[in-house]
Write a protein that binds this ligand. Structure first.
Ligand SMILES: *Cc1c(COP(=O)(O)O)cnc(C)c1O
Length: 345
């Protein structure tokens, strides 16, 4: 970020864009009669458009995360935040991004949808970042580097000093995807937003919060970046039901903490059970709610489990994950059924 200037990264059309403005956006006082948005006037709890800036929800997230509201952007899943970052900062058919496979598939899909070229630098054997190769690969058109930590599908966290090295030495944006941070003992990079203006941290309600179905993701970044994302987002991208459901979950953090604790205990239990299986060659250390195993005959294991109606993720064709299966930690009952099935293969 030595020569980091956000203005240089923003697409021209976004810089010049006059965003959509509803009557509700323009009026900030306290009104009593709303005849501005062509809504149905009969109250049923959902007849009004949602708060476009999710103020009540963000206030609660801000308290829980210890971050100013101005640094929080909310999207229809992190996947929408990823797409909006592309649309704000990457010029189609001209800019490129860098990813470090094996990693989450949506970075590549989103880049392809937006016609952005992809540079790939494989992780090292130990699934850490290959800093030398990354800095050899980037060029003046590289706008974003995606770092997933803890990483999907490998499960490990990236060394924080490596992530900081990239933040310090890359002049584009560094997107640190922390979808699994609540299962990890690592500190979130969201506490470094003041130090690194080129940092965007992604978090989600889909994993530890148990709310994959409501589609809610967070982009934590500088006020300047959040302002740009707000400018280009669909006005009502986070619906009322989602905002209400998330708020309710955030008011009961005890239940979330208990669930995380149970998942971590079960992760240990599965780890021990897998160690005893003759066809398991290696269990990779996990900071997430899944385990990656290297096995003999992964396809056969995958198919045998499928025949017993147990679905896991076959990653054996993924580079650096040859022979690997990814298994999400379930409930005690589900995990016991899995262990039993594996022992009887
Ligand atoms: C599951 C996952 C997400 C979640 O995406 P949502 O759109 O918020 O559901 C994001 N990043 C990674 C690496 C994931 O594994």
């Amino acid at each position: 970020m030595k020569n980091f200037k956000l203005e240089n990264l923003i697409r021209d059309n976004v810089l010049k864009l006059k965003p959509y403005s509803s009557a509700r956006h323009e009026f900030t006082g306290v009104a009593e009669v709303f005849l501005d948005a062509n809504e149905n006037p009969f109250e049923n709890g959902h007849n009004r458009y949602p708060d476009a800036y999710q103020r009540t929800l963000k206030k609660k997230i801000s308290q829980i995360k210890g971050l100013p509201i101005e640094n929080i952007f909310l999207g229809n899943g992190s996947d929408e935040v990823i797409d909006l970052i592309f649309r704000a900062f990457c010029d189609p058919n001209s800019d490129n991004i860098l990813i470090c496979p094996p990693t989450y598939g949506m970075y590549e899909v989103s880049a392809n949808i937006n016609a952005i070229a992809i540079k790939k630098v494989l992780l090292l054997e130990n699934f850490q970042l290959d800093l030398n190769a990354i800095f050899q690969e980037i060029d003046s058109r590289t706008k974003l580097i995606f770092i997933c930590s803890p990483n999907n599908p490998t499960g490990n966290s990236m060394q924080p000093t490596d992530v900081e090295y990239i933040l310090k030495n890359f002049d584009g944006l560094v997107v640190v995807d922390e979808a699994y941070i609540d299962f990890s003992t690592q500190t979130s990079f969201s506490h470094f937003l003041d130090k690194y203006p080129n940092l965007v941290v992604l978090q989600t309600f889909s994993k530890a919060w148990g709310l994959a179905g409501i589609r809610l993701g967070m982009g934590l970044a500088s006020v300047e970046i959040v302002t740009i994302l707000n400018k280009i987002k669909p006005p009502y991208n986070v619906n009322t039901l989602t905002q209400q459901t998330a708020l309710k979950a955030l008011e009961n953090t005890l239940e979330q903490k208990q669930q995380i604790k149970s998942i971590l205990t079960e992760r240990e239990k599965l780890n021990r059970a897998f160690e005893a299986l003759p066809f398991v060659q290696k269990i990779y250390p996990s900071d997430a709610n899944f385990l990656l195993l290297k096995t003999d005959n992964p396809n056969q294991i995958y198919n045998d489990l499928k025949a017993q109606k147990i679905i896991i993720r076959n990653r054996s064709n993924v580079e650096l994950c040859e022979g690997c299966l990814r298994i999400t930690i379930g409930t005690t009952v589900e995990n016991d059924r899995l262990i039993n099935a594996l022992q009887n293969l």
